[in-house]
Design a protein around this ligand. Structure first.
Ligand code: BTN
Length: 327
């Protein structure tokens, strides 16, 4: 039986190619101590991870775009003291199914803990959709956080996290970020990132939230994505540092979770209103078998979206429903 390729062997190859320059097949194979045929198998595997590897006779191989591999130590060092002290773990994993799934199965006594991945084979989006997660192109982050007591306004947590992500992106020079209720991050009407929060706990007791965030950073290939999307690189017009975005995002999430535990959604409401893309727009709400149309009129104090319908104002809670802006 053919031996399966180990993750570390493949990562060593990504690392050798990460500068985006041409590398001869002969040198790559010699450095790895393998034959040219074995090298070709490893290259094919990198393509399956979503990496665009170019091959040219006489030149060898190169990545169509350089990869800035994530580095847990660099990310930790770039965090402000508050976040660094608060976080028990910050890890980077190369390949996984879903960072949310990994932390859901991790020991909660190590919370708050953060996990980044270079590639997700089963990245999860909202409403059971897949989150397309090619290798080394974006940021995939999960942060597991245990609140000692179930926060009163937990249904508004996704909105607070949306504000935190917008703050992080702004700090990294990404202008024009807006939020489509409850927490899609958009620029110019195209999706830049998304948030999936999965929580467990019992009323009155502790509540554990796995906050998952995916931000498109320098993704170029839209394979599998069915809606209009953009990336930080397209918005700012240059390739940003993924490590810098990762650290900023994590710092803002920690700050937001602290603020949310202390002050609830009140700490975010004004900022959310400023970022609200759906304000005064005709929308359609789908909540299982119940669907209705109306005009979005901003949030109530618990973060529910107020929809003015022909039969009065209805309040839609995040998590239960999906929203479409009618064009
Ligand atoms: C959405 O559908 O808009 C939410 C997407 C959330 C994706 C992130 S990527 C990191 C974390 N791990 C997952 O499997 N999903 C979230």
């Amino acid at each position: 039986m053919a031996a399966t390729l180990s993750e570390s062997e493949l990562l060593a190859l990504v690392s050798a190619l990460s500068d985006g320059a041409w590398h001869s097949g002969e040198a790559l194979a010699a450095d790895a101590g393998i034959t040219r045929a074995a090298l070709a198998k490893r290259i094919a595997k990198l393509s399956a991870w979503g990496l665009d590897v170019e091959a040219r006779v006489g030149l060898g191989y190169r990545l169509a775009q350089p990869v800035d591999l994530l580095d847990a130590k660099r990310i930790r060092r770039a965090l402000p003291e508050l976040a660094r002290d608060r976080l028990r773990r910050v890890d980077v994993i190369a390949i996984t199914d879903s960072t949310n799934q990994r932390l859901a199965e991790a020991d909660a006594s190590a919370d708050p803990q953060a996990l980044f991945a270079e590639f997700q084979s089963a990245g999860r989006g909202r409403h059971g959709r897949e989150w397309v997660s090619p290798f080394g192109a974006n940021v995939y982050l999960s942060l597991a956080w245990t609140f000692p007591h179930w926060p009163a306004q937990i249904t508004a947590l996704p909105l607070a996290i949306g504000v935190a992500c917008a703050r992080a992106l702004r700090a990294q020079g990404v202008d024009g970020v807006a939020l489509k209720w409850p927490n899609d991050l958009l620029v110019g009407g195209k999706k830049l990132g998304g948030i999936l929060i999965e929580q467990r706990g019992e009323g009155g007791g502790a509540c554990r939230a796995i906050v998952g965030v995916g931000i498109n950073v320098s993704m170029q290939d839209a394979r599998g994505i069915t809606q209009p999307w953009t990336s930080v690189a397209s918005v700012i017009g240059k390739t940003p540092s993924r490590n810098a975005i990762a650290a900023e995002l994590l710092a803002q999430l920690v700050l937001a979770l602290e603020q949310f535990a202390e002050r609830g959604f009140a700490a975010f409401a004004t900022e959310w209103d400023r970022l609200d893309l759906t304000r005064d727009q005709p929308v359609r709400i789908e909540a299982g078998k119940d669907s209705y149309e109306g005009v979005a009129r901003g949030l109530d104090r618990n973060g529910a979206l107020k929809i003015e319908t022909s039969s009065g104002v209805r309040h839609a809670l995040a998590g239960d429903v999906s929203l479409r802006v009618k064009t």
